[in-house]
Design a protein around this ligand. Structure first.
Ligand SMILES: O=C(O)C(=O)C[C@]1(C(=O)O)C=C[C@@H](O)C=C1
Length: 395
């Protein structure tokens, strides 16, 4: 078999693992990631095709499995983790491939998202890479694993909403994994109330949806006196309504979900705030080379030593260099250890009083940003750059 090495590794050591990994990606045309039982029916043909390829690659790289299951499940992900182990301990070359993640059409890029087809996350993936192949995952954790294990190129993560604020469990995942933020997308989220064909709003007693979506429609739903029930994602809610066939149960989901699962639109724009915007991050294995010809932002997370005025000092490192801070968030961690991965991808539990997340408007290629972070390190007990990426602008 002819090995084709990805340009990403040019100039780096061409170890067996690197060649293996490159080959793995090059040959793996179609992938699908599920860690448990929810299979996306619309993608079954991909699974069938992929299984043959997967078995061939696994036996080729000594990770052989004779499983007849067509899905890539948790045990296979564990096997593949061993296979990629060496890769993680190597120095990370910067990627020039991804110089312009948002704006290029993203042909052949495979982007993982949580949920079934028709979620807002899938729409965000297509906004970032209009021609990409979207890959549904049953859990947000599987999105991270899919990127880490080279099953896909990118992952999409909802991170904050104009009504609900930061999605803290997703921020925690950023720390537990060692992926890099390479882009962001801001999506205007218009929620639709969906029901079985012919159902009227007055008939609905229960509504299913993702917890964030339910929160964004809380006032409207309370007025209607409808009982809210959480599901994994909005499209999953639509699928349950379609499969269960209970007239009294509706779903809050996208217009796309109504079409995919054959539901009627009972009401539209049902969010409490008409300017309902969710911000998504695009994650990748490698950081991008920050450009200086486009406005960028950098996301960091840090913890501080105890003492009076330390947060003031931390913010001053940016103010002194005229760097605008576009977001600041803190997260108490007092009694809860957080498993944090370091550069060698080894995880260790750490206790913090507070984690501070900051987005500032400069790239890591900007000397002002480098000086600010060097200064911050003087009193930070922990500091990680999550990524430098172009600021999303609505055209
Ligand atoms: O369930 C979905 O459709 C998602 O993409 C997730 C999600 C979120 O968790 O914030 C994304 C956008 C909306 O804010 C509602 C739900």
């Amino acid at each position: 078999m002819a090995l084709k090495v990805l340009p990403m590794w040019a100039g780096a050591n061409q170890s067996h693992s690197q060649l293996g990994a490159s080959c793995f990606v090059q040959n793996k045309k179609k992938v699908h990631v599920f860690s448990s039982c929810r299979v996306n029916l619309a993608k079954c043909e991909i699974l069938r095709h992929n299984n043959v390829e997967k078995k061939r690659l696994m036996s080729l790289y000594g990770t052989g499995s004779s499983s007849t299951d067509e899905r890539i499940d948790e045990s296979q992900i564990t096997e593949l983790k061993g296979f990629h182990k060496d890769l993680y301990s190597l120095p990370r070359p910067l990627s020039a491939v991804d110089r312009d993640p948002i704006g290029s059409n993203g042909t052949k890029v495979r982007v993982a998202y949580q949920g079934l087809p028709g979620t807002y996350s899938e729409i965000a993936a297509l906004e970032a890479y209009p021609m990409c192949k979207t890959v549904p995952c049953d859990q947000i954790e599987s999105v991270f694993k899919a990127v880490e294990l080279w099953l896909v190129d990118k992952g999409v993560l909802p991170i904050e909403n104009s009504v609900g604020g930061s999605i803290h469990r997703n921020y925690d995942l950023l720390l537990r994994h060692r992926l890099h933020i390479v882009g962001e997308v801001e999506l205007v989220v218009n929620h639709y109330l969906l029901g079985l064909p012919g159902v009227r709003k007055e008939e609905l007693t229960h509504v299913l949806s993702d917890p964030q979506a339910l929160e964004q429609c809380e006032i409207t739903l309370n007025k209607l006196g409808i009982v809210k029930v959480s599901t994994e994602d909005t499209a999953g809610a639509a699928q349950i309504v379609a499969l269960d066939g209970i007239r009294e149960t509706g779903a809050i989901a996208t217009l796309q979900a109504a079409e995919i699962y054959g539901l009627d639109i009972v009401a539209q724009t049902i969010q409490d705030d008409s300017d309902n915007v969710t911000r998504f991050l695009i994650l990748a294995r490698e950081p991008i080379i920050p450009r200086i010809d486009k406005p960028h932002k950098t996301s960091i997370v840090f913890t501080l030593k105890e003492g009076p005025g330390v947060l003031f000092k931390a913010l001053a490192v940016f103010a002194h260099r005229d760097i605008n801070i576009s977001k600041i968030d803190s997260r108490p961690q007092r009694n809860r250890p957080l498993r944090i991965v370091d550069d060698s991808n080894k995880g260790s539990p750490m206790y913090f009083d507070y984690l501070f997340y900051i987005d500032f408007e400069a790239t890591m290629a900007d000397p002002r940003a480098q000086l600010a972070l060097t200064h911050l390190k003087e009193f930070a007990t922990f500091l990680r750059v999550l990524g430098s990426y172009p600021i999303y602008k609505v055209l």
